[in-house]
Ligand binder design. Structure first.
Ligand code: SAH
Length: 361
């Protein structure tokens, strides 16, 4: 006899078929899955939310990912790199407001000057904030040596999204060349673990041609790699990218949004004690997206601390939100909206991945 959805939801482990079934629910059953994920989150890590102040350091990028608005070939982007003073001001802001951690994200460059730049910022930030902030880097694929140097300089976590674990789909959204090799991406994740980081990855949801089976396999990949944190969200088209040409294949935005919530929920069921971000891209598709992501099992939000004057230039996708907001504004309202849904922001806490701490023993 096939099991009911209720039976499926109370399982401790999930097969590929189970995950496909979870991700295939429709109508009222969607809410059932999300509710169960919230319950599992509450039991495993509590209804707690950790803040990571996001600093979009630079949009200069050597890569040409077919979905990304700041890809190298997009000539309509004004390229910038924040000054050290701007980065430190954002770090000070996060520290003073009680954010436990920062994310430094950037376009991707493999160059000694870039390595040194990040290293200098890591050391500088820790010096002025008493080494109280945990720092995540999201600066792309780098050689193991560079990962090690940055870890040594005080980066604790690293986010390198695999984007899609399906090799074929991966090459539909990336140029097929050595700079964008699928195997290198996976090796990068393994090297991050070797270098001692809390390791994070993620995928985009609702890519042209992506199937529910692909998404179930993405979740299984996260589990098999024993990852500590995941950031994933809906794919949102950008008019100045090659993937825009395939927009006729996309699911409607409501469906991409719903599937993103189901992915967060499915992941929480599969890996109860990891950190899961409620992504900015969710907010792009729905003004309440951030809250919805938390109610589906997410426990991390990333308020944007990039100076407002640079935000327009870090357009990964069209209609990215909060472009006009001052960082102070977007964080004061945050507490209210998060408490209103029954979650609690943990100020002055780094919010390390429980999963990582347990592995460390
Ligand atoms: N260069 C770094 C990080 C910058 S991009 C790196 O490659 O790791 C950060 C993330 O934004 C990417 O990993 C991707 O998943 C997401 N992103 C980029 N373009 C997007 C789009 N069009 N829609 C949704 N997410 C996108």
């Amino acid at each position: 006899m096939t099991k009911t959805l209720d039976q499926l939801l109370t399982q401790q482990s999930f097969s590929r078929e189970d995950l496909i079934r979870l991700l295939s629910v429709k109508g009222n059953d969607t809410q059932k899955v999300l509710d169960r994920a919230l319950q599992v989150k509450a039991e495993a890590v509590g209804r707690k939310v950790y803040l990571r102040g996001l600093i979009e350091l630079s949009n200069i990028c050597a890569k040409d990912c077919c979905y990304c608005g700041i890809r190298k070939s997009n000539k309509n982007v004004h390229r910038y790199t924040l000054s050290d003073e701007e980065v430190y001001a954002a770090a000070d802001f996060a520290w003073q407001k009680g954010f436990g951690s920062l994310v430094i994200q950037s376009g991707e460059l493999i160059a000694p000057a870039f390595t040194n730049h990040i290293e200098r910022l890591l050391i500088g930030i820790h010096q002025r904030t008493n080494a109280e902030l945990s720092i995540t880097l999201s600066c792309g694929e780098q050689p193991l040596e560079v990962f090690k140097r940055w870890h040594q300089a005080g980066a604790h976590r690293y986010l390198l999204r695999i984007e899609s674990t399906d090799r074929e789909l991966y090459y539909q959204i990336h140029p097929h060349n050595s700079l964008h090799a699928y195997e290198k991406r996976i090796e990068g994740l393994k090297n991050l673990r070797k270098a001692g980081y809390q390791v994070g990855t993620g995928v985009m949801i609702g890519l042209p041609g992506q199937t529910i089976e692909n998404l179930a396999d993405d979740l299984l990949f996260f589990k098999s790699m024993d990852l500590d944190m995941i950031g994933m969200g809906p794919y949102i088209e950008h008019a100045e990218t090659p993937l825009y040409d395939r927009r006729n294949l996309l699911w409607p935005t409501e469906e991409r949004f719903r599937m993103s919530l189901l992915m967060i929920a499915g992941l929480r069921l599969l890996m109860p004690d990891i950190n899961i971000a409620s992504s900015t891209a969710l907010e792009t598709l729905d003004p309440l997206g951030r809250q919805s992501g938390l109610l589906a099992g997410g426990n991390v939000v990333m308020p944007n601390l990039t100076p407002v004057s640079n935000r327009l230039d870090y357009m990964l996708y069209d209609n990215k939100p909060n472009l006009d907001k001052d960082p102070a504004l977007s964080t004061s309202s945050l507490n209210e909206v998060i408490e209103a849904i029954g979650e609690k922001i943990c100020y002055y806490e780094q919010g390390n991945s429980q999963h990582f701490l347990k592995r460390q023993g």
